[in-house]
Ligand binder design. Structure first.
Ligand code: GRF
Length: 212
């Protein structure tokens, strides 16, 4: 049997899709996407759970529509996730890029965007999932850590891995210095993955992601 039949296409085949970028903080990964001419025209929305997020200012400066969906305005994770999904859909986006988005979305969100949600994480997954990856890598004494872009599934920092870059840990590294070098790699890797995602060139095949 043709192996390709087992692939799930992670994007539409007919042409490029638009994406929504979800960010809670400074939005340097968002900025890297804004600065990529193949990605920028396909960002239909920047959405944050925090009204003060610098990412919103970056969207405004680039002329990209932005939206706040505040966690505190919702009774639970499900209703928050429905509100986020409604805004993403209303923008016309067919894919979602999490870029420092500090809320875990409900499974119902993933049902609305199957194989269409990407995340970036500052470690070589499956090592050091969770919110303190850089601190934990340093505390563990690893000599190499890095960055992972992966599709999102129902577990935190768990889904099929799209791409990774290794970053050497230096003897005198602090959390800040190591995270800064990881971010340099993030800003190269994430726009490149986003471009392939937008163009429908990423296929999910079980745990594997195939680039076309
Ligand atoms: C990045 O380090 C990313 O790996 C993690 O959150 C951080 C977001 O940084 N998920 P920024 O807001 O894009 O600067």
């Amino acid at each position: 049997m043709d192996g390709a039949l087992h692939c799930r296409r992670a994007s539409v085949p007919e042409g490029p899709i638009d994406i929504a970028v979800l960010a809670s903080g400074s939005g340097t990964n968002l900025q890297a996407m804004i600065d990529n001419p193949a990605v920028r025209p396909h960002i239909s929305l920047v959405l944050s759970d925090r009204s003060g997020a610098l990412a919103l200012d970056r969207a405004g400066a680039a002329g990209i529509p932005s939206q706040v969906v505040a966690w505190s305005d919702h009774a639970d994770r499900d209703s928050f996730s429905v509100a986020v999904a409604d805004n993403v859909e209303a923008s016309g986006a067919k894919g979602v890029i999490l870029a420092g988005f500090m809320r875990v979305l409900a499974p119902s969100f993933l049902d609305r965007f199957p194989d269409r949600v990407l995340n970036i994480h500052p470690s070589l997954l499956p090592a050091f999932p969770g919110a303190h990856a850089v601190e934990q890598a340093l505390a563990h004494g690893v000599k190499v850590t890095g960055v992972t872009v992966h599709f999102v599934d129902e577990q935190v920092d768990d889904g099929p891995i799209v791409a990774q870059i290794a970053v050497r840990v230096l003897a005198d590294d602090t959390v800040e210095s190591l995270h800064a070098r990881i971010q340099v790699e993030e800003h190269v890797l994430y726009p490149a993955v986003a471009e392939a995602f937008i163009e429908g060139r990423l296929m999910v095949e079980g745990r594997d992601v195939v680039w076309r």
